[in-house]
Design a protein around this ligand. Structure first.
Ligand code: NI
Length: 391
């Protein structure tokens, strides 16, 4: 099949693609509970003549192409969110309190759309394709679970993508380097000595330690992190005291750090420890800090692989804009695969141009269905670029 034939085949199949997308949109399931989703993926793959391998407890893998040799993984995450849908669309969620509010239904449809084409041209494939329908991305456990079961042991490189409604349809990013953040979580407890509000000299005020600490950490990013590297430190909750006229003996703060490298994350961690300890010492109190590093590492795209996939995607999609899109402070568990093998993760705009869009995870989140064929072409581009290099 020529590239022009492939392009017309993808557009011919657009209505089927949208129909499949609607089917998955109706049955969102949470992480590791994606039973119906797994069944439906298996059914659709079987109808294409592809043998689905059901993963435990949920998820699917499947191969297309030669029996061995260089293997490219194509990954789509398949889970929904505990969100009550408010879009009012005709094919809305039939599972109360659950919704595909992050576009993973579109990711499934896109990979299945690529599977149809790859199966049709199976004889022409010179690299093996392994499709991975990964469960449980939202709670960041799915990728690690599959890796521990050996999912990428026979995979040489991996490609994945995400639909984002705050990027307009037509804009696609397949860029090298850091693209999404490492996300860490921490909890700090300050202990002081409680007492009467009118006798502060007999107390060690935990509220004052906490308040001054919150202000003091605002300079961590400004003064301790390389200015060309992005990072965020946010305290999302602070609880101290129980009564207006009692000095608090305990304050608990919780927050998150986001960064694009593990080195930056460790520097922030040590700055938080040092400053919490210093604050407690200066007031005669105590500080304890629990720091949980990386529910996922940063998404860092392989340089040559990103370049060759983008070049191919530009051929398939000359009407699309592949200009720079800034990295995101969100996290993605695709990064766990990239720790083991080269990988590229693309951003695909799905916000309807000229219309207000609700962000991913919002109860009114919707994707512009025009973007679905872009996801198909990106998966195909990953395969074609690998064939050119290794086939
Ligand atoms: Ni997502």
């Amino acid at each position: 099949m020529t590239q022009e034939d492939i392009r017309s085949r993808v557009f011919e199949k657009k209505e089927d693609l949208i129909k499949i997308y609607h089917e998955f949109h109706q049955i969102p399931e949470l992480g590791f509970e994606e039973k119906k989703t797994t069944d439906l993926i298996c059914k659709i793959l079987s109808e294409m003549g592809i043998v689905p391998l059901r993963l435990d407890p949920t998820g699917v893998a499947a191969y297309i192409g030669p029996e061995d040799g260089y293997t490219i993984g194509l990954r789509a995450d398949i889970d929904g969110l505990p969100v009550t849908e408010e879009t009012g669309i005709s094919y809305c969620s039939i599972h109360a309190g659950k919704m595909h509010a992050c576009g993973h239904d579109g990711h499934i449809a896109g990979l299945l759309g690529a599977a149809v084409l790859l199966k049709e041209m199976e004889e022409e494939l010179t690299v093996r394709v392994k499709m991975i329908f990964q469960p449980s991305e939202e709670n960041t456990k799915g990728a690690r679970h599959l890796i521990s079961r050996g999912i990428i042991e026979d995979v040489d490189e991996i490609f994945g993508l995400h639909l984002f409604s705050d990027i307009e349809t037509g804009h696609i990013s397949v860029e090298a380097g850091p693209r999404m953040a490492q996300t860490d979580r921490f909890c700090i407890r300050f202990s002081g000595k409680g007492g009467h509000a009118a006798k502060p000299h007999q107390c060690v005020d935990a509220t004052v330690m906490a308040a001054e600490f919150v202000m003091s950490i605002q300079t961590i990013v400004a003064r301790e992190i390389d200015p060309v590297e992005g990072a965020v430190v946010t305290i999302g909750s602070l609880h101290s005291g129980t009564q207006y006229n009692v000095i608090s003996d305990r304050a608990v703060l919780e927050g998150t750090c986001r960064s694009y490298s593990e080195g930056t994350a460790s520097r922030i961690q040590s700055a938080l420890r040092r400053r919490a300890q210093g604050m407690a010492d200066s007031y005669g109190g105590m500080a304890e800090i629990a720091y949980e590093q990386g529910s996922h590492p940063p998404v860092v795209n392989d340089v040559p692989m990103a370049e060759r996939i983008r070049e191919q995607a530009e051929i398939f999609l000359p009407e699309r804009d592949f200009g720079h899109i800034a990295p995101l402070m969100l996290g993605e568990d695709f990064s766990w695969y990239q720790r083991k093998i080269p990988g590229v993760f693309a951003f695909v705009g799905c916000g309807k141009p000229g219309q207000a869009s609700y962000p991913n995870h919002h109860p009114k989140f919707r994707i512009d269905e025009e973007a679905l064929t872009d996801t198909v072409f990106l998966h195909l581009s990953a395969v074609f670029s690998a064939m050119r290099k290794y086939g």
